[in-house]
Design a protein around this ligand. Structure first.
Ligand SMILES: Cc1cc2nc3c(=O)[nH]c(=O)nc-3n(C[C@H](O)[C@H](O)[C@H](O)COP(=O)(O)O)c2cc1C
Length: 188
């Protein structure tokens, strides 16, 4: 059983990465394998709408998406984590969502029945719109999305500031525990 956390910040070692690591730690404590996948520095282009993936499970864009797509297919749980940029998920994670989501959707709903959910970090505002954006993706692709003890958000502007957000960290931790619980139940 494996859970992956995909971090859509273009900034390495930032708040979103810290928060995602925290969630993955909670999941690992329950005996699942975990992996953090950092999109920073990778080349992931947006979907061009060519619709080749309607006919075959592939994408003609030659960049860093495919190895991550394969990891998503293999995982039992997928967390999408993003900083808030102008009340939205980042362009980087949106590009991954568009392409990985559409390839999976059009080739037999390949993510259906997986467990997943969002995490969003901002300096001050915009997390709710961002969570909604991410949740639409999980919902239409047929994920089971567990809750937590609060909304899956945390605050932090400068690198590392999220470590001061106790409630945000606790929510991310409890979310990880619920992810692990649900993955194990579904495997029973
Ligand atoms: C282009 C850009 C847009 C941002 N927009 C918002 C915003 O709408 N609301 C907000 O509270 N913070 C905003 N921020 C702040 C980031 O959400 C915040 O610094 C966050 O911790 C970054 O996460 P990271 O450290 O994982 O990169 C923005 C930052 C950047 C660079």
């Amino acid at each position: 059983m494996k859970a992956i956390g995909i971090v859509g910040s273009p900034r390495k070692n930032g708040n979103t990465e810290i928060l995602t690591s925290h969630t993955l730690k909670a999941i690992a404590e329950e005996g699942l394998d975990t992996e953090l996948i950092r999109l920073a520095g990778l080349d992931i282009k947006p979907c061009t709408g060519c619709l080749l993936c309607h006919d075959e499970e592939s994408c003609p864009i030659d960049d860093d998406l495919w190895p991550i797509y394969l990891k998503m297919k293999e995982a039992d749980a997928i967390i999408l984590a993003t900083p808030v940029y102008f009340s939205s998920a980042t362009a980087l994670i949106r590009a991954l969502m568009e392409r990985a989501g559409y390839i999976a959707y059009k080739n037999g709903r390949l993510f259906e029945g997986k467990v997943g959910g969002p995490l969003a970090v901002s300096g001050r505002s915009g997390q709710n719109a961002t969570l909604a954006q991410l949740n639409y993706w999980f919902n239409v692709l047929g994920f089971f999305v567990p809750g937590s003890t609060y909304f899956n958000i945390a605050f932090g502007l400068e690198k590392g500031e999220v470590e001061k957000d106790e409630k945000g960290l606790r929510t991310a931790w409890d979310f990880g525990k619920n992810i692990a619980f649900l993955v194990k139940k579904l495997k029973d």
